[in-house]
Design a protein around this ligand. Structure first.
Ligand SMILES: *Cc1c(COP(=O)(O)O)cnc(C)c1O
Length: 385
């Protein structure tokens, strides 16, 4: 929700821009941290969701670790002060250079996604005379019941090691002298709103952890990944129910004494704390459709074009006016997928009105591109309330 003060401030600014509510971000981080502490759970922030420096600084100072999916993220995390001992590195395609740099930084753990990758890390660590800590990312074949483009834990997905390859994986681990196995890792998808999915995941985690234990491996870490969704239809509800989320893992995971449970949350921590603010450039009334053409497009917010994602669209210049019209809300980019919403109910809208695309704190600014030679997207922060 925007105050009148916010809106009159926006009126003087060049659009489009991401507007971050750092107070809400702080409250969300604190709520998550408090809920995790109840069970002594460890949280690593999935940096790819948002790596705006101001956002990262809040997350670092809350005490979370960093979950990285590229060498660039690993370097950035350490550079801005995340302890290397709290940095994990996942990804199906880690290059030799990325692995070498992460070895040099002595990160906590590589989440390894193939047998060949284990062999490569072993060899590169050997050349440096180091031991690399590894967790095995297992594809548990659990359906996340989310959009198919953001499902990652099914047999057909490219991520992780499939269960039928685990015997070979265990052999490789035993023969690789430069690797230290620390545990198992899972990440089954994103924007998961049905918490029952996590019960199914827990059952599989228990099975796989036992599988390794039975073969003489010490499983110190159960890393269950992230994926907790937010309610894109209720941007003002704001703080996700972290307590219920963590309780599922407390209830359904069989955690051994001295075993640590790790989480990798991205979207749930940052998603609600930004909106993309844009102006209406043109109103085009047609026979079949009315279009609002905004000065923001898929170059600023790609999620709708990439996976038909929903973002609530509000005309914040006319908060009191009843929604009496239906518009297709589109951007200026030369692609038909450059559309934020079809038949969106809004008050009658005019050139120059300010439009807010809500819940854009996760996978928003970080996915911005220069397609059509667009400028860097601008960023504004809330002043303390
Ligand atoms: C993207 C990602 C996450 C975070 O996902 P969210 O849906 O943003 O919580 C966690 N772990 C890994 C390995 C990822 O790739």
């Amino acid at each position: 929700m925007f105050s009148n003060k916010d809106i009159s401030h926006f009126a003087n600014l060049e659009t489009p821009f991401y507007y971050y509510d750092l107070t809400l971000l702080q409250n969300t981080l604190q709520a998550c941290s408090n809920a995790a502490k109840v069970y002594n759970f460890h949280v690593h922030y999935a940096m790819k969701a948002n790596f705006n420096p101001a956002v990262l600084e809040k997350i670092r100072s809350t005490g979370f670790g960093a979950d990285c999916v590229s060498g660039g993220e690993v370097k950035k995390a350490v550079e801005i002060g995340f302890e290397p001992g709290k940095v994990v590195f996942a990804g199906v395609g880690k290059s030799d250079q990325e692995i070498n740099e992460a070895l040099d930084l002595d990160i906590f753990c590589f989440n390894v996604e193939s047998i060949q990758e284990l062999e490569v890390i072993n060899e590169l660590a050997g050349k440096k005379g180091k031991k690399a800590k590894v967790a095995i990312r297992i594809n548990p074949n659990v359906d996340a019941h989310t959009h198919h483009n953001i499902t990652t834990g099914l047999d057909e997905n490219k991520f992780g090691i499939n269960s039928w390859d685990l015997p070979a994986c265990a052999e490789t681990l035993k023969s690789c002298s430069q690797l230290e196995f620390i545990g198992v890792h899972f990440h089954i998808g994103s924007q998961i709103t049905n918490l029952d999915v996590y019960k199914n995941l827990c059952v599989r985690v228990n099975e796989f952890a036992s599988w390794f234990e039975e073969r003489g491996f010490l499983v110190k870490v159960l890393n269950v990944g992230g994926g907790l969704g937010i309610d894109y239809h209720q941007p003002d509800e704001q703080i996700p129910d972290f307590a219920s989320y963590f309780k599922i893992f407390q209830d359904f995971l069989e955690v051994r004494p001295n075993q640590e449970v790790h989480f990798e949350l991205g979207r749930a921590l940052v998603g609600q704390s930004a909106s993309l603010i844009s102006r209406v450039l043109y109103v085009k009334n047609g026979k079949k459709k009315n279009f609002l053409i905004l000065d923001a497009g898929m170059t600023e917010l790609m999620r709708p074009a990439l996976y038909q994602a929903y973002h609530k669209i509000e005309n914040i210049s006319r908060p009191e006016t009843e929604a009496a019209m239906k518009y297709d809300v589109v951007g200026p980019i030369c692609e038909s997928t450059d559309c934020f919403g079809k038949e969106v109910e809004l008050p009658e809208t005019f050139r120059g009105d300010l439009i807010a695309l809500r819940s854009t704190g996760a996978y928003g600014e970080v996915m911005a591109s220069h397609y059509n030679l667009r400028e860097n997207v601008k960023v504004e922060f809330s002043t303390a309330k």
